[in-house]
Design a binder for this molecule. Structure first.
Ligand SMILES: [Zn+2]
Length: 303
């Protein structure tokens, strides 16, 4: 092959494979976060709506949530490579939702240990078809090559991983935001990755067991963390107050739905009013709140 042609081919190949590194913030020493933007899944979604990132130790790197597509995962990997050449030892998924897991494949060649809650693999399998179909429809080409990669290490209750000079403590929670929520605490900086157990700004969405989630909040607030990275929204040291805010939304919504049920108001009507007094300060409230009512109303009817 002529030399010029092969150079051109190589250049083309390089631009295809090389991804633009995601913008990251080092929020505490060695802890890097990319904050996704608040948008709906079915309107202009490009796989970048939640908080994803990584922690760097002396021996290697742990990724915490990989983004909503292979493309985002690759951009996250490029961002890691801008910071360190250390091996990527772990890819941790905080839960099953597609915005958090579909970048997993970007790390396949690193042969990391993929880590999740003991129930995560099953949750991934049950949702595989729907997730593949919906995300392909929402993102089209931007979802190309994305796939489900299940955990190779399942956390039953708790687990510690050693990155060299820093330990990450993982806790598998009972059903709350989903059936398989995992939190990650970096002991060195007391930085807590809550996954979607904590929402800030974006209206909390319900999928697992909201009544149980509500019960867990006091326990979550006792975690010895200085700083928290919520699943969505800004990193904050005021994270306990953020849990209070989340708790208040749940309590108001539950009380409103129960009142509606008691007075015989059907779900379709309850959807316009339940929880609405909490609307202020939450993003995407109307759509997410309606979906939450759609889940909660039928459950509470049987109380
Ligand atoms: Zn979620």
């Amino acid at each position: 092959m002529p030399r010029l042609l092969s150079v051109l081919l190589l250049l083309c190949f390089a631009t295809v494979v090389r991804a633009e590194p995601l913008p990251m913030k080092e929020i505490s020493a060695g802890v890097f976060v990319h904050q996704g933007i608040h948008e709906e899944l079915d309107a202009g979604y490009h796989g970048d709506i939640c908080n994803i990132g990584f922690v760097v130790g002396n021996k290697g790197v742990a990724v915490i949530d990989s983004g909503g597509s292979l493309k985002i995962g690759r951009q996250l990997r490029e961002a890691i490579r801008k910071v360190t050449d250390l091996p990527i030892l772990f890819v941790i998924n905080t839960h099953v939702h597609p915005d958090h897991i579909f970048g997993n494949a970007a790390f396949r060649e690193d042969h990391p240990v993929y880590i999740g809650h003991a129930r995560l693999a099953d949750a991934m399998e049950r949702r595989r078809e729907t997730y593949m179909r919906n995300n392909t429809a929402w993102m089209g080409e931007a979802f190309a090559g994305s796939e489900i990669i299940k955990p190779t290490l399942a956390v039953e209750k708790s687990h510690e991983i050693d990155l060299g000079g820093r330990i990450l403590s993982l806790v598998a929670w009972p059903p709350a935001h989903t059936s398989a929520d995992l939190s990650v605490l970096d002991d060195k900086t007391a930085t807590l990755w809550t996954g979607d157990l904590l929402f800030i700004e974006r209206t909390p969405s319900m999928d697992g067991d909201t009544l149980n989630w509500l019960k867990l909040i006091p326990q979550l607030k006792k975690i010895p963390a200085k700083l928290a990275i919520p699943g969505h929204g800004p990193v904050t040291d005021q994270w306990q107050a953020a849990f209070d805010r989340e708790q208040r939304y749940f309590e108001v919504l539950l009380a409103d739905i129960r009142k509606n049920i008691k007075s015989g108001i059907p779900m379709e009507k309850a959807m316009d009013s339940a929880g609405v007094s909490e609307k202020n300060g939450w993003v995407l409230f109307d759509a997410v709140n309606r979906r939450n009512i759609n889940i909660l109303y039928p459950l509470l009817e049987w109380e």
